[in-house]
Design a protein around this ligand. Structure first.
Ligand SMILES: Cc1ncc(COP(=O)(O)O)c(C=O)c1O
Length: 458
């Protein structure tokens, strides 16, 4: 990745990275033993490649409230929160009670239970879409959304946003992290497959355009609009740090997709139930045709959900689209979702996220200013991050050329070595839970200040 931050002493930065990597490895020798065992039975020693991290994964033993413990007994305040799932905090009493009670009466029937009705009713209230189905993951939610869009329109092409991740099914594993030299001309919709194993013929049906540029969308729709089934996008991009929509962008996207009969899919796997009760729909006030949820929706249990208009729902009712799954609406996941959405993630909880996001970002902004770091903060509700770039990001091409990967890596190491469990890599953000206290937010700021002091020391 290119970087433009020449004020930082690179040699010193690399030395600090080596020093902090060494410290982390030394503090987590138990993880090393797990890692060696795991490598014998799982590629990269992890159940999902997203759990692989440099210098190696840290294996956790348990969590409670805002804290997690690794297998060496190190305690951390958790800002990773399971890649944005655990807004309810770990082992939240309301969720534990609901799941325990449900488990004692049977955990799975593949027949509907009342829990799924209650959760669907709550999602109607939050997101304003009248019909819902359940899935087991974000991947399944976006896959179902695209099936619905193709069935509704009789068209095959899908538009997505350059640099966005929507799960790992064929239709969306396109232009997720396109290398700079394969990006092509800006504004020309392109398909760069992400990973092997996806048929070329399928990848080519998905084309990526830049975020925050409705003029490009308009041009692409003028050329190909009558072949496009869906535009899928994260209303605020959350897999390349956080990239907010420019004022008016989502409104124009809504207007253009409606004009060309293109199904507008909001992938709210990350924003849903985190940046407001009704996710991006509520926060930005734009209503799509489909909302995809997963992660935080089920309070730490595996479930996804797809919300849709009555017209799209009719395709499922008629049997035209086969939206199915043995574990869809699993009673345990529904019990957890019901408790999360109706008891824990209340209006007060969302007000609390706003306050804590503001406090945390103010503390970090102050450090950034005092040490003259080439960084800024972005946040909405329970989601936020430091972006390691002095300039704002509007789209993937900004992210790929402006974010300072080395600075970000060092900051992550400082957090981990100061007892802050944080998402590895440059792409992610923190997730606040209802359990975080002001002292714990201060701990995050203090660790960031230790990083700032050391990396800028003459
Ligand atoms: C925006 C977005 N959509 C979809 C997914 C896929 O969700 P899952 O990992 O539950 O399949 C993710 C996962 O990180 C995501 O961030």
């Amino acid at each position: 990745m290119a970087t433009v931050h020449e004020t930082i002493d690179r040699a010193r930065l690399r030395e600090l990275i080596e020093r902090e990597r060494g410290k982390l490895l030394a503090r987590t020798e138990g993880s090393q033993r797990y890692y060696e065992r795991a490598l014998a039975v799982m590629p990269r020693g992890v159940p999902s490649s997203f759990q692989a991290a440099d210098p190696r994964p840290i294996y956790l033993s348990h969590g409670e409230g805002s804290h997690v413990w690794d297998v060496d007994g190190n305690e951390y305040v958790d800002f990773h929160n399971g890649f944005g799932v655990m807004c309810v905090g770990h082992a939240n009493a309301a969720i534990v009670r609901a799941v325990r009670e449900r488990a004692g009466r049977g955990s799975h029937f593949a027949a509907p239970t009342e829990g799924s009705i209650v959760v669907a009713e709550e999602l109607v209230r939050r997101f304003g879409l009248p019909q819902w189905r359940f899935t087991n993951s974000g991947t399944e939610s976006t896959m179902d959304a695209i099936h619905l869009a193709r069935a509704a329109t009789g068209r095959d092409l899908v538009l997505k946003i350059e640099g966005s991740y929507h799960g790992h099914h064929d239709a969306v594993m396109v232009s997720v992290r396109p290398p700079l030299d394969q990006l092509g001309e800006r504004g020309v919709a392109a398909s760069v497959p992400f990973g092997a194993g996806h048929p070329r013929a399928v990848s080519e049906l998905t084309r990526a355009i830049p975020f925050n540029d409705a003029d490009v969308l308009e041009r692409v729709l003028e050329d190909t609009g009558d072949s496009v089934a869906a535009l899928i996008l994260e209303p605020a991009m959350m897999n390349i740090t956080i990239v907010a929509p420019r004022p008016g962008y989502l409104e124009r996207v809504r207007e253009l997709t409606a004009r060309y009969g293109v199904v507008l899919v909001f992938d709210e796997v990350k924003t849903g139930c985190t940046i407001a009760a009704g996710g991006a729909v509520e926060r930005f006030g734009v209503q799509p045709d489909v909302v995809c949820l997963a992660k935080a929706v089920a309070g730490g249990y595996p479930s996804g959900a797809v919300g849709m208009t009555e017209t799209l729902a009719d395709l499922i009712t008629s049997g035209s689209v086969r939206q199915v799954g043995t574990f869809n609406g699993n009673p345990l996941s529904m019990a957890a979702a019901q408790a999360a959405l109706t008891e824990v993630l209340t209006a007060e909880a969302y007000a609390g996220f706003e306050e804590r996001d503001a406090r945390l970002r103010a503390g970090l902004d102050d450090v950034i200013e005092r040490y003259g770091l080439p960084c800024h903060t972005v946040g909405f509700g329970s989601k936020g991050c430091v972006v390691f770039s002095s300039e704002p990001l509007y789209e993937y091409r900004d992210y790929a050329t402006k974010v300072d990967e080395e600075l970000s890596t060092l900051s992550w190491l400082y957090h981990m070595n100061h007892g802050i469990f944080m998402t590895p890599g440059v792409d992610e953000q923190w997730t606040l839970s209802v359990a975080h206290t002001d002292e714990e937010l201060q701990r995050y700021i203090d660790a960031y200040e230790a990083f700032a002091r050391d990396v800028t020391a003459a």
